[in-house]
Design a protein around this ligand. Structure first.
Ligand SMILES: Nc1nc2c(ncn2[C@@H]2O[C@H](COP(=O)(O)OP(=O)(O)OP(=O)(O)O)[C@@H](O)[C@H]2O)c(=O)[nH]1
Ligand SMILES: [Mg+2]
Ligand SMILES: [Zn+2]
Length: 319
């Protein structure tokens, strides 16, 4: 008889799994054939063989088919590292304080969201520290709405923070996540771990930077870990500085920028790079005073930056 379980934490040899039958977390090892790289990750559903006698080990004998998985591209070695599996929603967390908001990184995550076919929400966290001089949240939110991406305004630090700019905040996010598995991604220090603590309503206390400030060593997350929030499952992931998209082909990239693709068909030049000096290019003749045009041009800018990266490796070398 085997028992179905979900991987909460994985290391080289040992895996913390939560049994589906009684929610108990047990530590298991895995059959050697399953220990190939990236074979068992957080979020995976597995079949466990109970220990034959007390004191012996639980063993993972099978990894069930994944509905999806997310990975990090490591351009230096042209390799992909699988991070987590069976995800319903990607929570792209950005901060209104430190570290500073990076629009380009959000756009990169949106490319991945499209590529993985996993919907994304953008969370504007640390809104208790927001200053309008830093970035224009209304512009960013309009831009995201235009891309059909929902966004939320909150503070993982002030539980009773009231939204000032966006319609949706902490409660709406919490409701939207019901019954789902979500992974929190973003730069280091944006408050992913803190937000998980908040969303679990204090049932789970993850260490975030602050908790440990007194005893030095920062509490940055180093491993992806699934947290059972009862109402929803949340995966905490280590912060990143940048995200490589160099594994995408040019065609895949343009598919993830369908907004730009659509406008590009309006450009009368056949192979236009939409650069500033192209007189008559659709993008270059837009009136930059208009908000919607600023939005389009900001997307074009993101697209061009990623395209440059994608073109560094010839398409035929990919896959
Ligand atoms: N003022 C304020 N501080 C926050 C908020 N959210 C998180 N913080 C603080 O920001 C710091 C970093 O938070 P973490 O939750 O550790 O950030 P993280 O995204 O998990 O970082 P990594 O694990 O390194 O990726 C901590 O000191 C938190 O207490 C917020 O909404 N407002
Ligand atoms: Mg963390
Ligand atoms: Zn053009």
């Amino acid at each position: 008889m085997t028992i179905r379980a979900r991987i909460f934490r994985s290391s080289k040899r040992n895996f913390d799994c939560q049994r589906s039958d009684n929610k108990e977390v047990v530590t298991a090892t895995a059959l050697a054939t399953l220990l190939k790289e990236d074979h068992i990750v957080v979020g995976d559903w597995v079949e466990l063989i109970p220990p034959p006698m007390t004191g012996q080990e639980w063993v993972i004998q099978k990894v069930l088919e994944r509905s999806n998985f997310i990975f990090r591209n490591i351009p230096r070695v042209q390799k992909k590292n699988v991070i987590a599996a069976n995800i319903d929603v990607l929570l792209i967390v950005v901060s209104a304080g430190v570290p500073a908001f990076k629009r380009g990184l959000v756009d990169r995550y949106l490319v991945r969201s499209d590529y993985w076919n996993i919907p994304a929400y953008v969370i504007f966290n640390k809104m208790d520290l927001y200053e309008e001089s830093e970035f224009d949240i209304q512009f960013e939110a309009d831009r995201l709405k235009w891309l059909n991406v929902e966004c939320f305004e909150l503070s993982a630090h002030e539980g009773n923070y009231k939204q000032r700019y966006l319609g949706e905040g902490f409660k709406e996010l919490s409701d939207k996540l019901a019954g789902k598995t979500a992974i929190l991604v973003g730069q280091s220090g944006v408050g992913k771990s803190r937000l998980i603590t908040e969303l679990s309503e204090g049932k789970i206390q993850l260490l975030s930077g602050e908790t440990n400030r007194a005893n030095k060593g920062s509490h940055t997350t180093t491993w992806a870990e699934l947290i059972d929030g009862e109402k929803f499952a949340l995966i905490d992931s280590p912060g990143i500085r940048s995200m490589s998209l160099s594994d995408l082909t040019q065609e895949e990239l343009i598919m993830s920028f369908s907004d730009i693709q659509e406008f590009a068909t309006k450009c009368k030049f056949v192979s236009c790079n939409h650069e500033e000096n192209n007189k008559g290019c659709f993008f270059q003749q837009l009136n930059k005073e208009e908000r919607e045009n600023q939005l389009i041009l900001s997307r074009l800018d993101s697209y061009k930056r990623v395209l440059e990266e994608v073109m560094q490796i010839p398409d035929w070398q990919k896959k």
